[in-house]
Ligand binder design. Structure first.
Ligand code: WTA
Length: 633
């Protein structure tokens, strides 16, 4: 699999991939090791939808992550783990060592009753055992469902129940900046409302003595002692599920996005190689958490499929100080660095001195992901981190797409601040107008959709295929709809504007407004609520909640604190509303529909052009909300 080295070459390859997608992907797929060759490259239709890649082929992704490299890269570093506290010792595993660790962990799973097809929930901090657990599941053909360790017990139990997981892998606690958090306690609480789980495997991280339930909970280190160091890789069909990862939609409960073994593998490896232009001796670092899709594809799967050295970081960008990222870059000589705009903006606020204290000479490619990167942050990243020498790849993609869809390819594509750029080979994005017609010309704006399948696209929403059809394939017939709006400039470069549905992107994390409203409404004093996003200097978007309460006599500050507490219990700290405004009523039409457009404008501080309010049941309420909003500023 060759790297694309110029824009002309990219254009030719992209053209070829559109003219003959099956031939294009078959060639790439054949660079991996399969236990059995596929019969059909692709069968698909976007109505139901039904998409199958590499049908008839069998494989195990971990043989491609690990075994395949043993002969040529056995002693090469596969994983470098940097702890939260720089004073603690780092951990390094060669491919040979990582292979052994994964096999051993896989045997622990088997010894604890895990079988092919089981769903295993992983709720863990960013420690090596998390990456190993993910691969151990894949080794035995169990479906991993990683839940970000910042989610609450309630959110965790919802996810465990949705996938009917029988095992949970967790840790005693976690370190995050200056904080220590009792992870196992959250699992215990979650399991009060789950009856499918019969085993909990606990890794030791902070050295606490959590409550261990007899017959259910076991220590990972005890189990490893009993486990064999070799484990045969389970033979999987290309279309067998590899993992489920939950993400928020515009309505109701989170969706379990399902990815498959064959297609996901092919695209994770290919996109990693092309976007980051990884060379054999490079050190690559993605700062995401494995609890999100970026961590799945670009900390674990993509890099290891390419035999790369991947860095995994437990900590946060500002601990012990705002130079932490750059210190780690220099410490390991990181060549490719991949982070989120929200981290860049947070570091910008701490001043440039933290960056200038480090050399950063090793850097070759910088990446951005998760939300639109504003020009100011882009320039800061380019000038101070990349020293105007490193290309920035602004990578647009989604949990559902499995891998990067629109992005520069290292230095082989033109770049333009705040523009993701061109689609990867094999990807066919389109802009649609509101009636679903493709807009052909350049210099336009529309709804971003994709018209042809790619190997790592989601196959379904776990347990609810109908919802998958409705959410992604029903808005515009024959297209996968992304939920994003985008512009295409005169040269065909894409600029992502943001979500056009009721999804708020806070620091690169997706939340559905309905999900947060449901959480707020669980508070007894709340009658109803409406949540909108508003521009936030560091987080990209902040959560603004308008809340109607029954107990108007109460102290507003106490009420607000209680509402926040409810959200933290229901979802987690990451979904805390930035602003809460107690309002007498919500602006509703006569048919009872909340006019979110007005609430969004008020939250943005733009009250001059609220548009037509005459259809409101009670137009006066808008004035009252406007006045209240001023007090919050
Ligand atoms: C947004 C994260 C602009 C977008 C990989 C998308 C972006 C949602 C970019 C998916 C980018 C992601 N520029 N917006 N480079 N990358 N987004 O599922 O709105 O957590 O739909 O996947 O993040 O978020 P998710």
């Amino acid at each position: 699999m060759e790297k694309i080295e110029s824009f002309e070459q990219y254009q030719q390859i992209h053209k070829k991939s559109v003219e003959n997608p099956e031939e294009f992907w078959a060639e790439i797929a054949s660079t991996y090791s399969w236990k059995k060759q596929w019969d059909n490259v692709l069968d698909w239709e976007f109505d139901t939808p039904d998409v199958k890649w590499f049908q008839g082929g069998t494989l195990n992704i971990t043989e491609n992550l690990l075994d395949r490299h043993l002969a040529s890269r056995g002693n090469k570093l596969a994983l470098i783990w940097e702890p939260n506290d720089p004073k603690e010792k780092f951990v390094r595993y060669t491919y040979k060592e990582l292979h052994e660790k994964v096999c051993q962990f896989a045997n622990v799973l088997k010894n604890n009753g895990a079988k092919k097809g089981d769903r295993i929930c992983i709720y863990m901090p960013m420690i090596p055992d998390l990456a190993i657990a993910v691969m151990a599941c894949a080794r035995i053909g169990a479906v991993h469902s990683v839940v970000f360790a910042g989610f609450s017990a309630h959110a965790l139990s919802d996810r465990i129940n949705d996938a009917a997981c029988n095992i949970v892998i967790t840790s005693d606690g976690l370190f995050r900046g200056a904080k220590e958090i009792p992870v196992k306690r959250v699992v215990d609480e979650a399991l009060n409302t789950c009856d499918t789980v019969d085993k909990v495997i606990v890794a030791e991280r902070v050295g606490w003595m959590p409550n261990m339930v007899e017959g259910r909970d076991v220590w990972l280190h005890d189990e490893l002692e009993k486990a064999d160091k070799y484990c045969e890789a389970e033979e999987m069909n290309a279309e067998d599920p590899l993992f489920i990862l939950y993400t928020s939609g515009s309505t109701g409960k989170p969706k379990g996005i399902m990815h498959t073994c064959g297609g996901y593998m092919v695209y994770a490896g290919y996109s990693f190689k092309q976007v980051f232009q990884y060379d054999e001796s490079d050190i690559y670092w993605c700062t995401a958490d494995i609890g999100w899709i970026t961590g799945h594809t670009y900390i674990v799967y993509g890099p290891l499929l390419n035999g790369a050295t991947t860095v995994m970081f437990e900590g946060v960008p500002t601990f012990p100080d705002a130079g932490r990222f750059w210190q780690v870059v220099d410490k390991y000589g990181v060549n490719q660095f991949y982070t989120a705009p929200t981290a860049i903006r947070a570091l910008m606020a701490h001043g440039v001195d933290h960056v200038l204290s480090y050399s950063l000479d090793s850097l070759k490619v910088l990446g951005s992901v998760g939300e639109p990167i504003n020009e100011e942050a882009w320039n800061w990243y380019h000038i101070h981190v990349g020293k105007e020498r490193c290309p920035i790849v602004d990578t647009w993609w989604q949990t559902e797409t499995g891998g990067i869809m629109i992005s520069g390819l290292g230095s082989s594509s033109p770049m333009k601040p705040a523009h993701a750029g061109y689609p990867l080979p094999g990807i066919q994005p389109v802009l649609l107008d509101k009636d679903g017609n493709e807009i052909e010309e350049n210099g336009v704006e529309g709804y971003l959709a994709v018209k042809h399948p790619w190997p790592s696209m989601l196959r379904t929403i776990w347990g609810d295929h109908n919802r998958c059809q409705k959410t992604y394939f029903s808005h515009y017939n024959g297209y996968y709809f992304t939920g994003d709006g985008a512009k295409r400039d005169e040269n065909g470069m894409y600029r992502i504007i943001g979500r056009v549905d009721d999804v708020i992107n806070v620091s690169g994390h997706r939340f559905g407004t309905a999900e947060i409203e449901n959480a707020i409404n669980r508070n007894e004093k709340v009658v109803e609520s409406a949540v909108v996003g508003y521009p936030h200097e560091i987080k990209g978007q902040g959560i603004y909640a308008y809340v109607v309460c029954s107990d108007v006599e109460s102290d507003e500050e106490i009420l607000k604190a209680e509402i926040i507490e409810t959200v933290v219990e229901e979802i987690g700290k990451i979904a805390k509303p930035e602003k809460i405004q107690i309002v007498p009523n919500l602006p509703k039409t006569r048919s009872g529909k909340i006019m979110r457009r007005i609430l969004r404008k008020i939250a943005e501080g733009d009250t001059s052009s609220l548009g037509d309010t005459s259809t409101l049941l009670d137009p006066d309420v808008v004035e009252k909300i406007k006045e209240g909003a001023k007090l919050l500023e």
